[in-house]
Design a protein around this ligand. Structure first.
Ligand code: 16G
Ligand code: MG
Length: 547
């Protein structure tokens, strides 16, 4: 193992490309045009090593992906030892490192991090990394490897991976040979764990009609294909579409979860017809939405809110049938959750619901507060977390009746089936398929839980989005002062009206969300609130955009 090499770091092997560009480690790590990222990758390599050294040599993960962004973008995020997102207090270090121009500035930031965290730079460090199908990954991996080398990490390249697989691997490696072992730290181990759990979950039930999976022409395609080798056709029947990961320009283009959610339509070319069941992954397969067309031929989206409702309902019934009264289920949403979903959860399922700020890490941390925490963003990012106590209770409860035994076995299988490190399109898909198979439900039956309120998302480009400051899980503006009062006055005029405004964490824009009883009222409310924002903040480039 090489040691921590300050002189190499000072020589600033990979220089900052565009002097004026400022990088930010945001909700999904660094994400921008791939050509701006080589110096960032190098520095992320150094940061990952420091993080590992700080945590006693625990393995840290680095994932190179830009998720649902266009193919020419790329990005990178760090994974902490239990497979969760990088601790928030380190995000600032990531940003400072990325913006350090020149070798001396870089060494200075490194020294600051070392001093502030009392890091022994000669301590051992281990980092694993993976990447998606983007053409820019190969070059960026080399930059990352240089950073890992100059900082002295034991580095392992896990190759092409979905984001959630990398999270899984990190957790497996760090829990190997402990009582808390998460699984075999290989891709095959991941496939085996999920496929075995799925077989148990649907045992004795008739297989559903085939499911069509749109893989966004991304890494989900080869990985799902590989996974299916572990599941016989008579257990789960899947047709894969949008699986071209070699032609340039196809990734996320007119397909994938983000396209389907924002366009509210199936990808062009999909042979969707009444009775068929579809889902779409995003480019790194950590996000999923389902959809179908009803008997009238109308497109119906089953988004993250619908998945959360389905999962909460099923798990609560299993807990009840298992006779386990100590396990309480809770659901975590963001302000983007449809008002009807929140109503269904709180009034029909009687389950506690928390609302937190946008971004997986916020939902994940809140979900950890429940015995079983179901969390989903409306856009399809989410999973279910079982607390260590809940896992133990499920493992040790003795069944008194065959029905109880069945429910306990089902719960046990779910704890294996669900990727508890982060939202995972493959694992979430298996969760939905488990529930639908157990109920022998069609998507139409699933969709009957509640009817979404019409909603609209509008993007407003302003001079400076940072003047928008929110509180109450982004549901209210505190700045610009007075604007919230004006929004409230507008909202009060609409039945079931709700609207909120927040600065995007991933784009240079402000987002306006609105919902109301009818489509026309929703559109009117959204456009009036967008106009308020535009007028107050000096909108740029004409009228606000619907997106
Ligand atoms: C990122 C987040 C996603 C969130 C989105 C909001 C992760 C892994 N991803 O993609 O959860 O919904 O940002 O984007 O946390 P916005 O701030 O531009 O609205
Ligand atoms: Mg993603």
């Amino acid at each position: 193992m090489t040691s921590f090499d300050y002189s190499s770091i000072k020589s600033n092997i990979i220089a900052h490309k565009v002097e004026s560009y400022t990088y930010t480690y945001g909700t999904a790590g660094f994400r921008t045009k791939a050509e701006l990222l080589d110096s960032v990758m190098y520095k992320v390599g150094i940061l990952a090593t420091l993080r590992s050294k700080k945590l006693g040599g625990a393995t840290i993960g680095v994932m190179i992906t830009a998720s649902h962004n266009p193919e020419e973008d790329n990005g990178v995020k760090l994974v902490d030892p239990r497979g969760e997102m990088l601790e928030q207090s380190w995000e600032g270090y990531a940003t400072s490192l990325a913006n350090a121009k020149g070798g001396d500035a870089l060494a200075e930031v490194v020294e600051e991090i070392v001093a502030a965290n009392k890091i022994d730079t000669e301590a051992p460090a281990a980092v694993i990394y993976g990447y998606d199908t983007r053409p820019s990954c190969a070059e960026l991996v080399k930059c990352l490897e240089l950073g890992l080398e100059v900082s002295g990490a034991k580095a392992t390249n896990f190759g092409l991976k979905t984001t959630p697989m990398l999270h899984y691997l990190v957790r497996c490696i760090n829990t190997a040979n402990t009582s808390d072992s998460y699984g075999e730290p290989t891709e095959e181990g991941y496939y085996k764990k999920l496929s075995e759990a799925f077989k148990t979950s649907v045992k004795g039930k008739s297989r559903l009609s085939p499911l069509t999976v749109d893989c966004a022409n991304g890494v989900g395609a080869p990985k799902l294909r590989e996974f299916l080798r572990y599941l016989p056709e008579d257990v789960l029947s899947v047709n894969i579409m949008n699986d071209d990961v070699t032609s340039l320009g196809k990734l996320n283009k007119d397909c994938g979860a983000d396209y389907v959610k924002t366009q509210q339509r199936a990808p062009p070319g999909s042979k969707i017809a009444p009775g068929s069941r579809f889902c779409s992954y995003d480019g790194d397969a950590d996000r999923i939405v389902y959809y179908f067309v009803d008997s009238n031929g109308t497109f119906r989206l089953l988004d993250g809110d619908k998945i959360a409702g389905l999962a909460a309902m099923f798990i609560m019934e299993l807990v009840h049938d298992a006779g386990i009264s100590s396990i309480k289920v809770g659901v975590v949403q963001t302000a983007y959750a449809n008002g009807s979903s929140t109503n269904y959860l709180t009034k029909v399922l009687n389950v506690p619901v928390s609302c937190v700020s946008t971004g997986v890490k916020h939902l994940h941390h809140e979900a950890e507060k429940y015995d079983v925490g179901v969390y989903f963003e409306a856009n399809g990012h989410g999973t279910v977390l079982f607390s260590p106590e809940a896992l133990n209770t499920i493992k040790t409860t003795e069944a008194k009746t065959p029905a109880q035994k069945h429910a306990i076995d089902q719960l046990q299988a779910l704890t294996e089936l669900i990727n508890q490190t982060v939202g995972d399109a493959i694992s979430d898909m298996l969760l939905v398929e488990t529930i639908l198979t157990n109920r022998q439900w069609t998507c139409e039956e699933w969709n009957q839980a509640y009817t979404d309120l019409p909603n609209r998302l509008v993007k407003v480009v302003v001079k400076d989005r940072h003047i928008f400051k929110t509180t109450n899980a982004e549901r209210q503006l505190v700045e610009p002062v007075g604007l919230q009062g004006e929004i409230d006055a507008l909202v009060a005029k609409y039945a079931n009206g709700r609207s909120f405004v927040r600065a995007s964490g991933t784009e240079d824009a402000v987002r306006v969300y609105a919902e109301a009883s009818t489509r026309a009222e929703t559109d009117e409310l959204a456009s009036k609130v967008a106009q308020l924002v535009y007028d107050r903040a000096g909108g740029v480039g004409g009228r606000p955009l619907s997106s």
